[in-house]
Ligand binder design. Structure first.
Ligand code: MG
Length: 388
């Protein structure tokens, strides 16, 4: 039993969107296929993943270091104790050989994407959906059938004013979502307050509206938004500042008072530990939003989670970044707070199974073996072409 090949390809996102900080016109994503010699239904099992959202393709690192290390390893050294499946922890260790400690971003996305593709293969070999495999390994076998799912949107687009924003929110509520997140920081404080106040008239309550500044504020703007938005007690204020700027983040949180969410731009367990130690983040109030395929993958996420739980954080406070099927399985498997969605926003990489429907703010977990990209027609076509 062995991994016979690992292939990657960069695929352009082709998005015209802009958040508070940058546009997505050049954005690409790495798609990975891990091809094994294990047969299921007469065909070799192949695991797939992509590098989530908002970080560029990273094929060079994969091709130069991580793929060759896995393919060079003795096949039996990558298997579990029973020898009947691959062991992602050992595959992660193989990729980390001869890597200097610290300085994670140069490799964490490449490694995490390959690691998650390996999990897709592991779950397919087990004949189980990934969330079930993860629940058995990491959540005392507590398999659940649906998870809370909120919707991100409210992007800035040319010609988009408050009426268009409200149309967008109403459309999402009609689709079954009950919590909406909108961007802030791409306009003046006064304009953004007007957007928030208008949005609050459409959603059920302030607990059903979050805002996201994409870490774009300097100190002056951050504190101005903290003062202006504090009275609304929104579900959370996402990424007011760079999450590694602990002093400013702590100052923001002290000024703002209500819940903050951050972490999608942290790439290691140590980064998250520093955030909750020095950044003013409060267990039971704030939210952690790491992106698992971008931060070394699922095994490393389990270590981050253990660290957070030791420090009094609950799984319910973790809403991983990335509105995709990888995140959906993680949220279900680990029993986390919920997942995000941004339907129709990031091309073929956005969303879940083509027939997935959100009901009263919940999304059903897929029952197909693996991650289930097969149920996302356009994405799967791109993935399958890699393995052909
Ligand atoms: Mg965000």
């Amino acid at each position: 039993m062995k991994i016979v090949d690992i292939r990657e390809r960069a695929i352009p996102l082709q998005s015209s969107l802009r958040n508070a900080v940058f546009d997505f016109s050049e954005m690409t994503t790495s798609v990975v296929a891990v091809i094994t010699d294990v047969l299921r239904d007469g065909k070799p099992v192949t695991g797939y993943a992509f590098n989530s959202t908002g970080r560029y393709a990273c094929g060079a690192q994969m091709r130069d270091r991580f793929i060759p290390r896995i393919l060079k390893a003795k096949p039996e050294s990558l298997l579990n104790a029973a020898g009947d499946n691959f062991d992602p922890e050992k595959i992660l260790a193989a990729m980390m050989q001869r890597e200097k400690p610290g300085g994670h971003t140069e490799r964490s996305v490449a490694i995490g994407t390959i690691e998650v593709a390996c999990w897709d293969a592991v779950a397919k070999i087990d004949g189980k959906p990934l969330h079930r495999v993860l629940a058995e390994r990491y959540n005392e076998g507590r398999v659940i059938d649906k998870v809370p799912c909120y919707v991100g949107g409210g992007w800035y687009e040319p010609g988009k004013g408050i009426p268009e924003l409200l149309d967008e929110i109403r459309e999402k509520l009609d689709q079954g979502y009950d919590v909406m997140k909108i961007k802030v920081g791409g306009a003046t404080v006064a304009e953004d307050i007007a957007r928030v106040e208008a949005a609050l008239k459409v959603v059920r309550s302030s607990r059903h509206l979050a805002v996201d500044a994409n870490a774009g504020f300097n100190r002056e703007r951050a504190l101005a938004y903290a003062r202006a938005l504090a009275p609304y007690q929104l579900k959370w204020f996402e990424e007011p500042t760079d999450p590694l700027g602990y002093a400013l983040l702590g100052e923001f949180i002290a000024q703002y008072g209500a819940a903050v969410g951050t972490g999608e731009n942290l790439f290691s367990t140590q980064d998250v530990e520093n955030l909750v130690t020095f950044g003013g983040m409060r267990a039971g109030v704030d939210f952690i939003q790491t992106d698992v395929p971008q931060s070394y993958g699922i095994v490393q996420f389990s270590r981050t989670l253990a660290m957070l739980e030791r420090r009094g954080w609950s799984r319910q406070s973790i809403f991983p970044h990335g509105g995709n099927q990888m995140t959906l399985h993680l949220v279900g498997g680990f029993g986390l707070g919920g997942c995000e969605a941004y339907p129709g926003v990031f091309g073929i990489f956005a969303g879940f199974a083509d027939d997935a429907r959100v009901e009263n703010g919940f999304l059903k977990l897929p029952e197909r073996p693996g991650i289930g990209f097969e149920a996302q027609n356009q994405l799967y076509a791109a993935m399958k072409a890699l393995a052909a």
